[in-house]
Design a protein around this ligand. Structure first.
Ligand SMILES: [Zn+2]
Length: 701
């Protein structure tokens, strides 16, 4: 799981002027005198959100009324611009609330979320279904030649008009009412889905009280489990949870097949336990309502509605793309399964390989083939070193400097904050929040508390960016020592952060990562290419005790084993991506039986029983609650781009080639959503990418 946008509204973010003069008890009503207007987390209480939201709604409505009541003929400057810049208080509270509700939630925030979701949905609909507002926007759109617009302004006009049409503005009144109802129901169902998921994730613990049950586990893993137990008040016990940094090492190393089964089964049954947190009915309702919405708006299915705005354009194109990769991956995956079964047979196992065995035998084979495992590399991936490694790469490529700041408010002691600058000039603020806790949802993401824009006076507003991960935490006297995958995730989220930090556009909602879903992973995934480059490893991968640089034998092993287990990684991902597409390609309103639908779909494509999809339906937060509906394929679509884009560096023989980097910044990173993604890509690379770059990158060709 990677990025989500914290933007709940596509509206404005402008922190200058028009805040009330008098100080209120509620920080949302005051100007923030913190450095770079970072939210004053220390002063914000749960009780502040609701009044801020309600005032935000009222203020936004007033601004819309002013636009509508303008007696002059609609123009870009008197209609589109004030609309784009409207709703600043609402954006401000939404960002803080959305950010904290994902990274550091509690029961109070969760109940506010439930209360606010239908209100927010109503507010959005009041605007997007407002006839008078749409009329003005339509008139500007139909007369666009008159206004002498820049290309950025044309894009803003185009997108604003299309957002209104896609939001139902052109529907007859009775359909608008139906749409409102659907949107309201959908908003509540998504909230319920993710709250159930958090409860399910926190609801299971594998508690071990006999040391012999830890057989096979490395010392570091045991220590982490003991320290987790201690935080739960359990002395002389070991705890494993369904959070990935806790679960994965157990699946990799535990010799106890029965316990691996128990833990992994609890993981893949999340939301599917027929208890009060069950997500099956919620999913069936979401899928049905999305289809109804798409049909109402004139599309065959929800996927067509969504994909129209993406690079891929149509469901057929996505399925065609995914199938090409699937066909290349399945034979490799089957060979991997066979190798594992052979090892089981050799060891006289007398059982058939099951999903809870995969990690375990993968580790054994990796060890046999490359003499490499995560425990061997962990000491070289101390989290602070990995972070300085990614800063080093950003410095070589984009001349950025990072310095830690301790005078900036934080919402949790785990957060580390940096000021980003270039040639001594302030670029933005970057917060990093790395360790799992019960108040944080799973996965990793990047968002903003303030995005780069130019305000209505043309002044530059710099971004305040946050990256959140769930990485292996420190234990006892040991610092946080990461797996290579976790190091890669940090580089990934950092790529999104750079997209925000190096953004250099104008209009709210069109800067930074405000690009189509299947383009947004290009800036993040391209950063993953640097993480294990020997030239980069030599800079940051130092032993946490001895400072010894990672030995070149280990670097060789890392490079050589880079595509190991590629069949599995590709197949488990694609299974989830196909599941996502199939849910949203339904063209007839059916009452879905989720278990049946999932099984039928995966059987249709021929997923082997030894592998579960990366996300099963009932915990697929991306597509039910995070804006990735018929968009999970995007990671691979973007990989087509990033694999090809990294070649641009490789071809010059210099992975830090400044000329290529500045072209990437100019044509991609700085432009946000102000251009057509394919045109932007071609401007950078001089050609279109193809699926081959991805297949080669994954070792499937
Ligand atoms: Zn991402």
């Amino acid at each position: 799981m990677k990025r989500i946008s914290l933007l709940l509204l596509g509206t404005a973010i402008l922190f200058t002027g028009c805040m009330k003069e008098t100080k209120s008890d509620n920080p949302f009503f005051n100007e923030w005198d913190t450095p770079y207007e970072v939210p004053p987390f220390d002063k914000i209480r749960a009780a502040h959100y609701m009044p801020a939201y309600l005032n935000g709604f009222a203020e936004h409505k007033e601004e819309i009324k002013e636009i509508i009541n303008n007696p002059e003929e609609p123009t870009f400057d008197n209609t589109i611009k004030p609309f784009i810049y409207s709703g600043q208080l609402l954006t401000r509270v939404s960002r803080v609330f959305g950010g904290l509700n994902s990274a550091h939630t509690n029961d109070t925030l969760q109940s506010i979320q439930k209360e606010i979701a239908p209100l927010l949905s109503k507010h959005n609909d009041d605007i997007s279904l407002n006839d008078s507002l749409f009329d003005r926007i339509r008139i500007v759109y139909e007369n666009k030649e008159k206004f002498n617009l820049t290309s950025e302004e044309s894009k803003v006009l185009e997108e604003t008009y299309s957002d209104f049409v896609r939001g139902g503005a052109a529907l007859p009144p009775e359909d608008k009412e139906v749409l409102r109802k659907i949107n309201e129901e959908l908003s509540l169902l998504s909230v319920q889905f993710s709250q159930n998921l958090l409860a399910e994730t926190n609801g299971f613990k594998l508690i071990i009280d006999k040391e012999e049950d830890l057989t096979g586990l490395p010392e570091g893993v045991k220590a982490q489990a003991a320290s987790l137990a201690k935080t739960m008040g359990l002395d002389n016990k070991w705890v494993f949870t369904l959070q990935v940094p806790s679960m994965t090492p157990f699946l990799q190393y535990s010799d106890r097949r029965d316990l691996r089964e128990k833990l992994f089964t609890a993981y893949f049954m999340k939301g599917d336990n027929d208890n009060e947190n069950d997500n099956k009915e919620i999913i069936a309702d979401i899928a049905r309502l999305r289809l109804e919405k798409a049909i109402l708006l004139g599309y065959n299915n929800y996927a067509s509605y969504i994909l129209e705005k993406n690079m891929a354009k149509s469901p057929d194109r996505v399925i065609d793309f995914l199938t090409q990769v699937w066909n290349a991956a399945i034979p490799v995956t089957k060979a991997e399964a066979t190798a594992q079964q052979q090892m089981i047979n050799r060891e006289n196992g007398k059982f058939r390989l099951e999903p809870w065995d995969w990690w375990y035998y993968t580790e054994k084979i990796r060890k046999e083939k490359y003499d490499l495992d995560d425990e061997l590399t962990r000491p070289y991936f101390k989290i602070d070193n990995v972070i300085s490694g990614m800063f080093y790469v950003a410095n070589r490529l984009y001349n950025l400097d990072f310095s830690e700041r301790t005078d900036i408010p934080e919402y949790h002691p785990d957060v580390v904050t940096f000021e980003v600058s270039r040639d001594g000039e302030h670029v933005g603020v970057l917060m990093i929040d790395n360790y799992p806790r019960e108040s944080k949802r799973g996965g990793a993401w990047c968002g903003v508390y303030r995005s780069q824009i130019r305000d209505t006076e043309g002044r530059m507003i710099t971004p305040v960016v946050t990256m959140v991960t769930n990485s292996t935490p420190p234990t006892g006297d040991k610092p946080a020592l990461l797996t290579p995958t976790e190091a890669e995730t940090l580089f990934h989220e950092f790529g999104h952060a750079l997209h925000q930090l190096l953004s250099n556009s104008t209009f709210p909602g069109f800067t930074g990562t405000a690009v189509p879903r299947d383009f947004v992973e290009l800036p993040s995934q391209i950063m993953e290419h640097w993480v294990f480059e020997p030239e980069v490893l030599k800079v940051y991968a130092k032993h946490y005790e001895t400072e010894e640089i990672i030995p070149s034998e280990i670097v060789d092993k890392l490079v050589k084993s880079g595509q190991f287990n590629t069949g599995f990684a590709t197949t488990e991902f694609l299974a989830a991506a196909l599941l996502d597409m199939e849910y949203h390609m339904l063209t007839e309103p059916v009452n879905l039986n989720i278990r049946e639908f999932e099984k039928k779909t995966l059987d249709k494509y021929g997923l082997i029983p030894e592998i579960k999809p990366r996300y099963r339906s009932t915990y697929f937060n991306h597509i039910w609650a995070s804006g990735y509906a018929s968009g999970y394929y995007s990671y691979y679509w973007s990989e087509m781009l990033d694999a090809d884009a990294f070649q641009a560096f490789k071809e010059t023989g210099d992975i830090f080639n400044r000329e290529i980097a500045s072209k990437f910044e100019k044509e991609i990173l700085s432009r946000g959503g102000t251009g057509d993604p394919l045109e932007m890509y071609i401007a950078f690379r001089g050609k279109e990418p193809g699926v081959d770059a991805l297949l080669i990158n994954r070792g499937l060709k």
